[in-house]
Structure formats: C-alpha cells, structure tokens
Design a protein around this ligand. Structure first.
Ligand SMILES: Cc1cn([C@H]2C[C@H](O)[C@@H](COP(=O)(O)OP(=O)(O)OP(=O)(O)O)O2)c(=O)[nH]c1=O
Length: 206
C-alpha cells in the first residue's frame, strides 16, 4: 500500500484549512510570507468578468506557491490553492477595507441575489510528469432585505472583515440568507466536492 501524499495547502485562510480537514486530507500549510504582495495579486483588470478574475487570481496564487515551495526547499508535494469572489451583477466585491466599505457592500447585497465564485487549482510535479488542474464552483445566494441597524450590528461584530462580499455564510450572516443554491463549502472558500475530484484526478485518494 502507498502512503497518501501530503498536500501543501497554499492558503492563509482558516476556513480553507478547516474544510480540507473535514474531508480527511493530510496537509501542510504553505501560506504566503509577509514579503508577498497579496494586494497586487488581487487587482481586478478593467472589463474582467468575475469568472475570469477568480480563475486568473487562483493561477497567480498557484504560481506564487510553486515558487515558494522551491524557495523554502520543501519536498515536491501536490499544491492546492483557491480564491473566492462575490459578484453582484457585473460588479466584483472583494474584501472590505474598512467599516464604511463593509456597510456599503452589505447595503448592495440586501434584498438581492448574488453569485459566489470559488476557483480551486492543484499542481503536482511528479517525476517526469507535471499535473495541473483547476475547477470553478459558482453558487447563488439571496439575502433578505437588511435594515440599517442590522447592517451596523453585523459590521460591529467584526465578521465582515477578511471575507469576500463582507459576510460569512458560516457565521452570523446565516440569519440573513434566505436561500442558496450551489456549494455551501464553496461559498465558505473551498468547494469540497470539486476539491475531492481534483485530488482524485491527480491520484491522491480522498
Ligand atoms: C462569501 C464568503 C467568503 N468567505 C471568505 C473565504 C475566503 O477566505 C475569503 C475570500 O478571500 P480569498 O482572497 O479567496 O482568500 P484569503 O485571502 O482569505 O486566503 P488565501 O488567499 O491565503 O487562501 O472570504 C467566507 O468565509 N464566507 C463567506 O460566506
């Protein structure tokens, strides 16, 4: 019997770590260092669709992670990374920079449906063979109409920060989500059905 290869999870997101643990994948963290410029990586290009954006950023994250694995002298291991973005019509909502931005995002999401896109990519350079694969998960989320007090209270809870679209489905925002269609884990940041498929395709048992 072969030992299961350990996956390098190229992510600083605690949600992604928790989700990967949920499906029993053995992983090590290959999180970006403080010297790596995440903001530059996440710039939206003019006219770029949410799907093109999230896929492109995920590829950039993967490239950066491959370089990091080599730079840190780590053994060759399959690298997994992901990016999540919220799309409201043609607008892309990233992580709010401050409380005003969080309030504005939530006011826009109030009483409407939006999409949450998470792209996942895996790369594994095994002797003589380079395997790269990616997948995109798209879900739809409908928020109830929020009152200004609800928005203020939610922002004051601190939960919107560090989250695309200024909310966490797995947190208090659950009180405001009327309906969702798609992948709950994908909305949280790592679609588990699709991730398991990617891992199996690369020959990693899940
Ligand atoms: C919509 C939504 C997003 N999120 C989170 C998932 C992601 O962590 C975050 C979007 O930011 P990302 O840029 O996708 O990821 P990250 O910077 O947190 O982590 P890394 O790049 O190191 O992997 O928003 C939730 O936790 N719940 C939600 O309901």
């Amino acid at each position: 019997m072969h030992a299961r290869p350990r996956v390098d999870l190229a992510s600083a997101s605690p949600r992604r770590q928790e989700l990967l643990r949920q499906i029993g994948v053995d992983f090590a963290l290959l999180a970006p260092g403080s010297d790596e410029d995440a903001e530059a990586l996440e710039q939206v290009l003019r006219g770029e669709s949410a799907a093109a954006y999230v896929t492109r950023v995920t590829r950039l994250k993967l490239d950066a992670a491959v370089a990091r694995q080599i730079r840190r002298g780590l053994p060759d291991a399959p690298i997994l990374c992901a990016d999540t973005t919220v799309a409201l019509g043609r607008s892309i909502l990233g992580k709010p920079g401050d409380a005003d931005e969080a309030r504005a995002m939530l006011a826009r999401l109030s009483g409407r449906a939006h999409r949450v896109l998470t792209a996942v990519a895996l790369r594994w350079a095994r002797t003589g063979r380079l395997h790269t694969a990616e997948v995109l998960s798209t879900s739809q989320v409908r928020f109830a109409a929020l009152t200004p007090t609800q928005i203020d209270d939610y922002v004051a809870s601190g939960e919107p920060f560090g989250k695309a679209g200024a909310y966490a489905v797995q947190g208090r925002a659950a009180c405001y989500i009327q309906h969702l269609r798609g992948s709950y884990s994908g909305i949280m940041g790592l679609p588990l059905f699709e991730t398991a498929q990617l891992l199996r395709q690369a020959g990693i048992p899940v």
